[in-house]
Ligand binder design. Structure first.
Ligand code: PEP
Ligand code: MG
Length: 587
């Protein structure tokens, strides 16, 4: 039987409080699942009490099958195979008979109700830690045999029918909270289908793509927790506040009750904010503001509509390409883009071309560049792989038949790139016309403004393209020379730095002058603390994760844009003269 957190409080390690960066709102109360990188791929869920015996059987059958496989391998060994190989396979087979390997795993299934894969990796990690500290080198190396044997059983389990996981309220008391050193964006994708209460990582920053995916999953997350993972044990009770970045470990009964009350109040507040869903985002002085949603995968469109989004302002298509061996072909991409356009029923959909590179990598990439954030990323990557780019453009053009589709180009730095993208788009249009002469794509093409180069010299981009979208995540990273994923410099990642604000102000002003729409789709657009400032700078189109939409809308409904613009002007005029001089040069 699993003890409820209240009952278990007094039996766990003493209370501890930690602080990191809250990157996805919400309060979660649950139990820690501590993950090593390899353990990320296995399923974690509780089995029902009545099914633990069956789950132990599933484990034993998998072990029997793994043993048979090993014995068959020994028998099939060619006569010239090294003798050690046969001996090694026999050792592996013997390990599978060892009660010290099997019994504790069955206990975890029976007592903790872990599914077989989870129980096996948990016990495996304990064994590996024991082997790693052995003084005898020969014995230390036997750790590798344990790992290989466990992986063999996991492979068999992967092919065996799984008992249905017990329904878990991800926000309730039995929620599982993932504690990891880091979770790559690709691993986040793998974890998407499962219901976790929260994500906690030692590494990462607020605009790392791991944080971005956690937001899209609407799961509280805290990153940059330092050495947290090593302080936590599986089953510890955690209270996570994704807004202020606090994590309580094994709180007292009284504190746990207070946290539950806070969680309840938070839910009520979110419910109240949902009432704003159908009201238009209009300021007090009647300026209409576009509120769009950012998505990573097509299945997030429902949440966007549910939150009242009037369009998709950023579809990060690279997430369709990550965490898989075979890249999506044209038809698969077409289906994905068309499904979003169709679901949005005539509302605008802005789809960004592949932004691979930096912290987002493809599975088949063998070498990591020395400085991936400054390397062959995004449009540079696409222009270097014309066939891959043409496939994506073809899928986008075909999808544009279903509704208003805009194409957004990431990480531009010079105008030649725009020319090259137009050239590729024209070539693909011609090609498609051969088979479909009625094709009349009416696609708006826009630039992500996310490098200082484009923000400073934005005029030609505004003149040569149909719209601009400010990507503050990278704009801040590249302007301040701060790696957005590095927790050691996270406190210097400052959206309010005057250099960043001047660039944003400049881009908005040039957009207005040249009558080109300017939106913002970086995380700053979804921060309700920045909404008034951005309105004061003249921004009228925001795109963010669905969960952030209600807070930002509330700010807009209470704001007077004219007053904010005036107040910002006055503040600037009162600033020091050098500051003013520099600022007026830019704005
Ligand atoms: C940005 O840089 O602000 C942006 C929206 O793109 P991404 O976060 O995917 O790099
Ligand atoms: Mg970016």
């Amino acid at each position: 039987m699993i003890l409820k957190p209240e009952a278990a409080c007094d039996m766990l390690t003493p209370m501890l409080s930690m602080h990191g960066q809250g990157v996805s709102q919400g309060i979660a109360i649950g139990r820690a699942v501590v993950m090593g990188a390899a353990a990320l791929d296995v399923a974690h869920y509780y089995v029902a009490d009545a099914e633990t015996v069956q789950e132990c059987d599933r484990l034993r059958q998998a072990i029997d099958q793994a043993r048979s496989e090993l014995q068959a391998l020994v028998q099939r060994l060619p006569s010239d195979a090294p003798r050690e190989l046969g001996a090694l396979l026999n050792v592996h087979s013997l390990l599978l008979d060892d009660p010290q390997l099997i019994e504790p795993v069955c206990e975890l299934i029976t007592d903790q109700r872990y599914n077989a894969e989870w129980a096996l990796t948990t016990h495996g990690q304990t064994l590996l830690e024991q082997f790693a500290t052995m003084s005898d080198e020969y014995l230390r190396e036997r750790g590798a045999d344990i790992r290989q044997v466990i992986e063999r059983v996991l492979r068999v389990l992967a092919g065996s029918p799984v008992l249905l996981p017990e329904p878990v309220d991800a926000h309730g008391e039995e929620a599982l909270i993932v504690v990891a050193r880091d979770i790559s964006p690709a691993d986040m994708l793998r974890l998407r289908g499962r219901s976790f209460g929260a994500f906690l990582t030692d590494l990462g920053g607020p605009t790392s793509h791991t944080a971005i995916v956690a937001r899209s999953m609407n799961v509280p997350a805290v990153v940059g927790l330092g050495d947290f993972r090593r302080l936590i044990r599986d089953g510890d009770i955690l209270v996570v506040d994704g807004s202020d970045g606090s994590v309580l470990v094994n709180p007292s009964k009284q504190m746990l009750q207070d946290c539950r009350a806070r969680q309840q109040a938070y839910r009520q507040e979110r419910k109240a904010l949902r009432q704003l869903r159908d009201s238009r985002a209009v300021t007090v002085d009647k300026v209409s503001i576009d509120l769009h949603a950012n998505i990573e995968l097509p299945d997030e469109v429902g949440a966007a509509l549910d939150a009242g989004a009037e369009g998709i302002g950023l579809f990060r298509t690279e997430f369709l390409f990550m965490g898989r061996q075979q890249l999506p072909d044209e038809d698969e991409q077409y289906e994905a883009y068309a499904s979003v356009v169709r679901a949005m029923q005539g509302r605008p959909v802005t789809i960004r071309t592949l932004d691979i590179g930096a912290d987002k990598t493809l599975d088949d990439e063998a070498t990591v560049p020395t400085n991936p954030a400054l390397g062959l990323r995004a449009v540079r990557y696409c222009l270097a792989k014309p066939e891959l780019f043409a496939t994506q453009l073809r899928a986008l053009l075909r999808a544009s038949r279903h509704g208003p589709l805009r194409i957004l180009i990431p990480m531009l730095t010079n105008l030649q790139e725009v020319t090259a993208v137009r050239f590729a788009l024209d070539a693909v249009t011609e090609e498609l016309r051969d088979t479909d002469p009625t094709l009349e794509p009416n696609i708006m093409l826009g630039a992500m403004v996310e490098t200082p180069a484009v923000a400073i010299a934005v005029e030609p981009f505004a003149q040569n393209l149909d719209f601009l979208s400010i990507g503050t995540n990278d704009l801040i990273q590249y302007t301040l020379a701060i790696d957005r994923t590095d927790p050691d410099v996270a406190d210097m990642y400052d959206p309010m730095h005057p250099a960043v604000l001047r660039l944003i102000a400049h881009v908005i002003r040039v957009g207005h002058q040249l009558r080109k729409p300017v939106a913002m789709c970086g995380e700053m657009a979804g921060s309700s603390a920045a909404t008034r400032l951005l309105l004061g700078l003249g921004l009228t189109a925001f795109s963010m994760h669905s969960q952030q939409l209600p807070d930002v809308k509330k700010q807009i409904l209470q704001a007077n844009m004219g007053d904010l613009r005036q107040a910002l002007q006055t503040t600037l005029e009162q600033a020091g003269s050098v500051e003013r001089e520099i600022f007026t040069t830019f704005t």
